[in-house]
Design a protein around this ligand. Structure first.
Ligand code: TYD
Length: 136
């Protein structure tokens, strides 16, 4: 499994740093939704789902967290700790986010609006869907 981690351009000077993200330029899709997680309680794991169509970029803009990606055959763990790094998460990928630092803010750029029907929240269902896609 190939992990796609974007290194965004940093505009830094003596005043500090700035990152600008534009759809189809820095981000490989139209950004239809932005959401972020913060004040995550200790020991919590979020996610536990995959998406049928949605693509996302995860950016830990403050603090740090880990992301486990699982494509049904392989699992990889990615550490996010830089506000200028973005992890691409394609569709059909099970994800779990955990080990959030107290100050972590995890920003997510999403290619679609919130559609509950796009979620696969059951791991066996996820594996079944991958098999069905293969059989097509
Ligand atoms: P949830 O899907 O449980 O978050 P995660 O799986 O990443 O831990 O979402 C938590 C709540 O927020 C749930 O009630 C749905 C709501 N929500 C929205 O209304 N819009 C969104 O874009 C997202 C991601 C969640």
């Amino acid at each position: 499994m190939q992990i796609v981690k974007y290194q965004f351009q940093q505009h830094g000077d003596e005043r500090g740093s700035l990152v600008a993200l534009e759809e189809f330029k820095d981000i490989p899709f139209e950004i239809k939704r932005v959401y972020y997680m913060y004040d995550t309680a200790k020991g919590v794991t979020r996610g536990y789902h995959a998406h049928k169509n949605l693509e996302q970029i995860l950016i830990c803009i403050h603090g740090s967290c880990k992301v486990k990606l699982d494509n049904g055959t392989e699992k990889k763990i990615v550490y996010l700790e830089k506000p200028y790094e973005g992890l691409y998460v394609p569709n059909n990928m099970w994800r779990e986010m955990y080990d959030f630092s107290d100050d972590a803010v995890l920003l997510v750029l999403a290619s679609e609006y919130y559609i509950e029907d796009d979620y696969i929240r059951n791991y066996d269902e996820f594996l079944n869907m991958l098999q069905q896609n293969k059989d097509k």
